[in-house]
Design a protein around this ligand. Structure first.
Ligand code: FE
Length: 193
């Protein structure tokens, strides 16, 4: 059984940062990095690629849905799809617009779209391959074409490629504090903490 933890739904951006600093230190289940290391590597790759501020923030926060639940263990090993992309997007909609929430919501389907290419599928980490099956498996070619053309579809594909590359142990990145001004700049002014 996966040990369950108390759900943690942050009230404001300070709470969101505290969630990343706290539960982010947990190992990313099935991967050789912590959740925070994964988030920082993903945001750093987005920034180095010249992504928009909103897409860098989406890259930083794309897996926050895993942290809300905070369950230890490896859900995919137990046949569980935690729907973290949906939970994360719903939380982030408290503070951010669709330019941040949609790439987050779509990043799992982006994996399904990319997995139409067998080379991509083979290069996925073991845990990503296992969770892909639970998430519905690769999209068919026609569905992949539709995916890319939908609003934020291309952003989600880009995020997914950084996501897959952001699992390298020991890779140096800027600290969370370096990205936080971007997070605050992208939040709706009335809701910023
Ligand atoms: Fe990820």
């Amino acid at each position: 059984m996966t040990p369950s933890a108390t759900p943690w739904l942050p009230e404001d951006l300070d709470g969101l940062r505290a969630l990343l600093r706290s539960r982010g230190l947990q190992r990313y289940t099935g991967e050789p990095v912590s959740h925070l290391e994964h988030a920082l590597q993903c945001a750093d790759l987005a920034q180095r690629a010249g992504a928009s501020k909103a897409l860098v923030v989406a890259a930083l926060l794309h897996d926050v849905g895993h942290l809300i639940e905070g369950a230890a263990g490896t859900p995919s090993l137990e046949g569980i799809d935690d729907r973290h992309e949906q939970r994360g997007a719903e939380l982030l909609a408290r503070w951010f617009g669709s330019e941040v929430t949609e790439p987050v919501r779509l990043h799992v389907d982006a994996k399904r779209a990319l997995a139409a290419d067998p080379r991509y599928l083979r290069a996925l980490s073991e845990d990503s391959q296992r969770s892909l099956a639970l998430q519905g498996g690769p999209l068919e070619a026609a569905a992949m074409a539709r995916f890319v053309l939908q609003p934020f579809g291309a952003d989600a594909i880009a995020l997914r490629r950084w996501d897959d590359a952001a699992k390298r142990p020991g890779r140096a990145t800027p600290p969370l504090e370096a990205f936080w001004p971007l997070v605050q700049a992208c939040a709706r002014p009335a809701r910023a903490a």
